[in-house]
Design a protein around this ligand. Structure first.
Ligand SMILES: CC(C)(COP(=O)(O)OP(=O)(O)OC[C@H]1O[C@@H](n2cnc3c(N)ncnc32)[C@H](O)[C@@H]1OP(=O)(O)O)[C@@H](O)C(=O)NCCC(=O)NCCS
Length: 327
């Protein structure tokens, strides 16, 4: 695995800044104090300075050295309003409306990244995924050459032999019902992310059917998407449509899908929709003893990531490192 050690070394050589939109949350403050102690990733906490410092003191975390930025007292706020109106002019954005929107930490923090004040952003300790991701979609937008922002989870299970089992799953968090072409884009992005974490991708397009055993439009969608992906992503083993057991069990694969390079050995999973994807990664996490890192946003023009509202401080710390290391 690429590993946190490597990411931290990379950040030590080239330190970055990261915005936390929920500057008074104790989990954010704990992670920020750990990052400050490590001296490789500088937190920028969004919030009223007095409130942030009091929250840190009450929770017992030392955040000396962190920058605290309050939208109500930000000296570049007028410039930010102008930039936001320009970015949203096709929506008829007025300065009055922009001021109200930018008073919200999720929009304010995202604009700090857009203006180059910060390198990256991590939010969502209290915001929903939609409320963290929407400002990024509207302000940061997709990378050139991409049509969608998607996401993947990296799942890591420590093994008794010392070698971690690492899997990638996409898209479990953003696109609700991706089309065939969007699934191909999700696969291409998930493959690249999997490689960063040391996975040699073997990609399964998942379904309730294995190579025609079941029928229906959802089966056809996954079969067609897998075929398009095979054509468009050369050099990576891809199979589909596959049921999950055929994807991971060599014994089942021998019966249902003999001769496939992927079946029985898949480590990168493309789900048909957000229902199956979100359930799939959470089952692996809660019942399969995998640690889940993500959602890691893919195809976005700057590194911005979302936390689960159930996250703890260690997860905030880990996701901050992943986010900034991907800059
Ligand atoms: C991601 C999500 C928030 C976007 O939907 P939305 O808020 O309704 O956004 P809209 O459809 O109004 O689009 C807002 C902007 O984002 C853009 N957008 C929406 N989805 C996008 C995507 N997947 N990739 C890139 N841009 C996207 C739209 O084009 C629009 O841009 P514009 O305002 O400049 O025209 C929505 O798809 C969603 O809720 N997904 C599920 C999130 C979730 O609950 N996950 C489970 C928990 S992990």
């Amino acid at each position: 695995m690429y590993g946190f050690g490597t990411m931290i070394e990379q950040l030590k050589k080239n330190p970055k800044t990261i915005v936390f939109t929920e500057g008074t949350d104790p989990r954010i403050l704990e992670a920020a104090s750990r990052l400050l102690a490590g001296n490789f990733l500088k937190p920028i906490l969004v919030g009223n300075e007095e409130d942030v410092l009091k929250a840190a003191e009450d929770a017992g975390y030392n955040i000396r050295g962190a920058q605290v930025i309050d939208s109500n007292h930000y000296d570049r706020f007028d410039e930010m309003v102008d930039k936001f109106c320009e970015l949203r002019k096709s929506k008829g954005m007025t300065p009055e409306e922009a001021r109200k929107i930018l008073a919200q930490p999720n929009y304010f923090g995202t604009m700090l990244v857009q203006m180059g004040v910060a390198d990256s952003l991590l939010g969502g300790a209290t915001y929903s995924t939609a409320d963290t991701v929407r400002p990024a979609l509207q302000i940061i937008k997709t990378k050139p050459g991409h049509s969608i922002v998607s996401s993947c989870f990296i799942l890591v299970r420590p093994s008794a032999t010392g070698e971690n089992e690492v899997l990638a799953m996409g898209d479990c968090a953003i696109n609700i019902n991706p089309s065939e072409d969007e699934l191909v884009e999700i696969a291409a992005e998930t493959i690249e992310c999997a490689k960063i974490f040391g996975v040699d991708p073997k990609v399964a397009f998942l379904s309730y059917s294995t190579l025609g055993s079941g029928k229906g439009p959802e089966v056809e969608k996954m079969r067609n998407a897998a075929n398009k992906a095979k054509a468009q992503i050369p050099g990576v083993p891809i199979e589909g449509e596959l049921q999950f057991d055929a994807a991971v069990s060599p014994r089942v694969a021998r019966t249902k899908c003999p001769g496939s390079e992927v079946a029985g050995h898949a480590n990168t999973f493309i789900f048909p929709d957000i229902n199956s994807g979100n359930l799939g990664y959470k089952i692996a996490q809660r019942m399969g003893n995998f640690e889940a890192y993500g959602p890691i946003l893919l195809g976005l023009n700057a590194p911005i990531n979302d936390l689960s509202r159930g996250c703890n401080a260690i997860e905030v710390y880990s996701m901050a490192i992943i986010t900034a290391a991907l800059v």
